[in-house]
Design a binder for this molecule. Structure first.
Ligand code: AMP
Length: 193
């Protein structure tokens, strides 16, 4: 299965991809998670990406494509992958087409998750996650049993630095300007759901 989950930040792409990864056995590939790992490891790429991420802007295509290419070439992607947060621009989608063609494989589906902006703002500003096991919570809609503590592993929950109200508004603006055009891009391929 090769699938793209498309939608604004906070629409639930990561949550759905994690559940699909469990039932299908193919890996979830989140470029946001890969970039956060690069930052945590203080790699050159991570350092270059950091300022864009903190502003809620997109990281330049060439940097994102570098990590995406490396990730989809790993053996665990042989039977497929679930792309979460990639592509986010038309040039990224075109580059993905070329990568898939090079691998001799095809996309099965692009699932667009639609959520209104006001709902996104309240979801994201209340989002908390566990850095240890990646579990996701919401302070009102899906709170942990003990405030600030992960139900699954007991880790201390944190808020992503780019989940502040101001940054979320910029991320939504960027989504509408740069990522939403992908809906039309994939509509023409007939695999958009
Ligand atoms: P996410 O976890 O998907 O919300 O991504 C967090 C941040 O990482 C975004 O706001 C961007 O700065 C960056 N990012 C993630 N994926 C991409 C992508 N495909 N293209 C450009 N920037 C990305």
């Amino acid at each position: 299965m090769r699938l793209i989950l498309l939608g604004p930040p906070g629409s639930g792409k990561g949550t759905q991809a994690a559940q699909l990864a469990q039932t299908s056995g193919v890996p979830q590939i989140s470029t946001g998670d890969l970039l956060r790992e690069e930052r945590a490891g203080a790699t050159d790429l991570g350092k270059q990406a950091a300022a864009y991420m903190d502003r809620g802007d997109l990281v330049p295509d060439e940097l994102v494509l570098e990590i995406l290419r490396a990730r989809v070439s790993k053996p665990d992607c042989a039977e497929g992958f679930l792309l979460d947060g990639f592509p986010r621009t038309v040039p990224q989608a075109e580059a993905l087409d070329a990568i898939l063609q090079g691998l001799g494989v095809q996309l099965e589906a692009v699932v667009d998750i639609e959520v209104p902006d006001a709902e996104i703002e309240s979801r994201i500003t209340g989002r908390r996650s566990c850095p240890a096991c990646a579990a996701i919570y919401h302070v009102v809609m899906q709170p942990p049993k003990t405030a600030g503590e992960c139900d699954r592993c007991g880790g201390a929950l944190t808020q992503r630095s780019d989940d502040s109200a101001e940054t979320v508004r910029n991320r939504l603006r960027v989504y509408h300007e740069q990522t939403q055009p992908l809906i039309e891009y994939y509509r023409t391929t007939g695999c958009l759901h």
